[in-house]
Design a protein around this ligand. Sequence first.
Ligand code: HEM
Ligand SMILES: *[C@@H]1O[C@H](CO)[C@@H](O)[C@H](O)[C@H]1NC(C)=O
Length: 317
Amino acid sequence: MALKSSSLLLLLLLVSATALVSGHLSPTFYSSTCPGLRRTVRSAMAEAVRQNPRNAAFLIRLFFHDCFVNGCDGSILLDSTAAFASEKFALPNNNSARGFELVDAIKARVEAICPATVSCADVLALSTQEGVALLGGPTWTVELGRRDSRAAFQSAANKEIPSPFDDLKELVALFRAKGLDARDMTALSGAHTIGQAQCFTYAPRIHEDRNIDGGFAARLRRTCPASGRGGARAPLDSRTPYRFDNAFYQELVAKRGLLHSDQELFNGGSQDKLVRRYSTDAAAFERDFAAAMVKMGALLPRPGTKGEIRRKCNRIN
Ligand code: HEM
Ligand SMILES: *[C@@H]1O[C@H](CO)[C@@H](O)[C@H](O)[C@H]1NC(C)=O
């Protein structure tokens, strides 16, 4: 009996310790402190996406690059200071991560109704979900309660964010390092159903790769030289560039992935079966994508880092 109750106690302790570490995030985190939050973010995003649908692409990419560096803590949003170098200038972000002004503007609207209450990391998480939904993608319940970092981590951004020249093994390893498995990685890559890439990111693919549709490569080579220079851009999903659907996977099956890294998901390897499945089963993609977004959104800084609620997203308080 004594043994039983002590092991029960131990179990309870373990369970509550796990809850403390794995997150205090909750969908209702601001429901009493900022009841107008969702409405405000939604109308700001609706306006922004109407102006330029690519805004939805900018924000989900920012969210991904934020979460992969010290967890989803708004660190990517900070400008450089004497104490740290901004992640904005890390290789995967420099001249390609966009949408910073939009996040700052949405945060300003949130500050106007709930001052010093909602973190920038949460504003980004909510805006991302609204953007995906506005382009016809799945919705999911956004967990909230993140805190903003008081520093940026440029060298981590250079090392931990995947590159378009990576092979499948490298992609799997970089996601696994964040607690995301190959299935999460393949589902999350479906975000490339929207948005664009610049020539330098796909030049080697269209000039050197063999596993590429001939007509597709020839057409792209007209505007994108092997040097990668010239400033051309192309949609990541040329079938439906601004519809958040499963056409990205259909393009992969047709060997029309724009990035080398994208085509790695369907190149005779471990993810082929899943790519084929997503290409024909939109509901399966949507389910897995939504679940993986929640999982990625739960990446947090190491326990013990307190953080803050930043007033302005581009600088610490
Ligand atoms: C699997 C590894 C990934 C690699 C190697 C990768 C790489 C890239 C590259 C090189 C670009 C083009 C950037 C530019 O030229 O300006 C891009 C764009 C984009 N990425 Fe990824 N990405 C990956 C995963 C993801 C994930 C997980 C998401 C979100 C969940 C995402 C969302 C986007 C979006 C929406 C764009 C278009 C941005 C725009 O229109 O400016 N990517 N990605
Ligand atoms: C970022 O891009 C600018 C403009 O192309 C370039 O001058 C600068 O050296 C880049 N920064 C880093 C850290 O690579």
